[in-house]
Design a protein. Structure first.
Length: 448
């Protein structure tokens, strides 16, 4: 096992990894920008190193600055968390070149699945269903028009080099195509450095269901069951749960089998997630793979009783995959809410500022992963996620009831938050019945 691990991230995910490292007796190193000097993750670590000014590109996204911190600290391994450099194959390769273990998949796997259109082709070749669309990026207005006519409207334009909903544009008619293509290409260039865009058919009111997988890099892959992430705004997940409600066993079996087959095809190592859309007829389609630990990994941990970060560390250190598929069982239900410093009344506009009061919920089945504390400033430079509230129950109804109580008990003052919105989600009749789809927020289902 490693003697020391540097976490190339901030906030709640850095704290989560530090906790796992402490449990395994590993020395921890934090990195921080000038905006995060007083962040709780800095205080949690055994050592903390400044990596640059507030802008992410000059600190958390600077490969050279992070590697300088690695050299200075003597860290044996780097955990990338999620976001920032976690799915940057060049960073993973730079770690390998520097003789440092990257706690995640190989640079080749990250690169293969990071090109979203190429990933579609890889998965299709492995027998995994994909959403109808173009086999690769489209070049210019003429090709866009031809392919759009073949795929059909409505369709969606996606950045080939990225994910997470960034650079996506829905197009309803041919008249809107040229302007949407220009806008999507521009956003893709700004976010990922590449303007390549591909086309997929737009599915009306699908569910977003993903499968947590784990591999050893030698072809051995297991799944840790599914999560439903259908409650989203602007293609960003807000509520996640496991098991997926009202999902037929036949559909679940098909999803998990497809996820394992896809991961085996690229000899995947460490934690990853295969993401699918499930249409109203129950057909499932691969949309992307996240080659990292997910924000919502706690719900999987709560229903399986397994520690994904411990497993990440062990597999990266050369130990065998710690589980057999038959030993990975789902018990009960778990639901996670992401609490953001955003104002739902203003279209989820970020609400930076100083947290003047913070009361975190407690109780049976409640888990809190927080990246803030009283007196800490939520900066404008990064994702405004404050914390994740997770509730576990014997069944979904109990998990919802516990999470609703936890949301009511949670107090955050000094910044606007999504707590009022999340409370409405938990009391919504459609959500409670498991009638969920990805367009519920934009259709105003939880406006109250």
């Amino acid at each position: 096992m490693f003697q020391s691990v540097l976490v190339a991230n901030r906030g709640e995910i850095a704290r989560r990894v530090f906790r796992a490292c402490r449990q395994l007796g590993i020395r921890t190193i934090a990195v921080y920008s000038e905006a995060d000097r007083d962040s709780p993750h800095v205080r949690d670590a055994d050592e903390a190193i400044l990596v640059g000014p507030p802008p992410a590109r000059e600190s958390y996204l600077s490969i050279e600055n992070i590697l300088q911190a690695v050299r200075r600290s003597g860290a044996q391994a780097v955990h990338p968390g999620y976001g920032f450099l976690s799915e940057n194959w060049r960073f993973a390769q730079a770690c390998a070149d520097a003789g440092v273990v990257f706690i995640g998949p190989s640079p080749d796997a990250i690169r293969a699945m990071g090109d979203k259109s190429a990933a579609r082709d890889l998965m299709a070749a492995a027998g995994v269903p994909v959403v109808p669309g173009t086999p690769g990026p489209v070049a210019g207005a003429d090709e866009v028009a031809r392919e759009a006519e073949r795929v059909g409207f409505p369709l969606i334009l996606k950045a080939a080099a990225g994910g997470g909903g960034i650079g996506m544009a829905r197009v309803n008619t041919a008249a809107d195509l040229a302007s949407a293509f220009a806008a999507a290409s521009r956003r893709a260039k700004a976010a990922f450095g590449e303007d390549a865009v591909y086309i997929e058919r737009y599915l009306e009111r699908p569910r977003h269901v993903e499968v947590q997988i784990f591999g050893d890099g030698a072809g051995h892959v297991v799944h840790l069951h599914e999560r439903d992430c259908s409650i989203q705004r602007r293609h960003q997940k807000v509520v996640e749960e496991s098991p997926a409600p009202a999902l037929p066993e036949k559909t679940k079996d098909a999803l998990t089998a497809a996820a394992v087959a896809g991961a085996r095809a690229i000899r995947y190592a460490n934690a990853g997630t295969m993401e699918f859309l499930v249409d109203q007829a129950g057909h499932h389609y691969f949309i992307e793979m996240n080659t990292r630990l997910q924000v919502e990994h706690p719900v999987t941990e709560e229903v399986t009783g397994l520690d994904l970060v411990h497993a990440q560390l062990r597999v990266a250190a050369g130990e065998p995959l710690p589980w057999r598929q038959e030993d990975i069982l789902q018990r009960g239900a778990a639901i996670e809410c992401r609490v953001y410093a955003e104002d739902p009344a203003k279209n989820f506009l970020p609400s930076p500022g100083t947290v003047t009061r913070l009361v975190l919920p407690e109780g049976e089945g409640i888990r809190v992963e927080a990246g803030v504390a009283e007196g800490v400033t939520v900066p404008v430079h990064y994702d405004p996620l404050l914390m994740k509230l997770i509730a576990r129950g014997a069944d979904r109804a109990e998990a919802i009831a516990r999470l609703a109580r936890a949301l009511d008990a949670c107090v955050v003052e000094g910044v606007r938050t999504t707590l009022p919105f999340l409370r409405r989600v938990m009391t919504d009749a459609g959500f409670r019945a498991g009638r969920v789809h990805t367009q519920m927020i934009e259709e105003g289902a939880f406006n109250g």
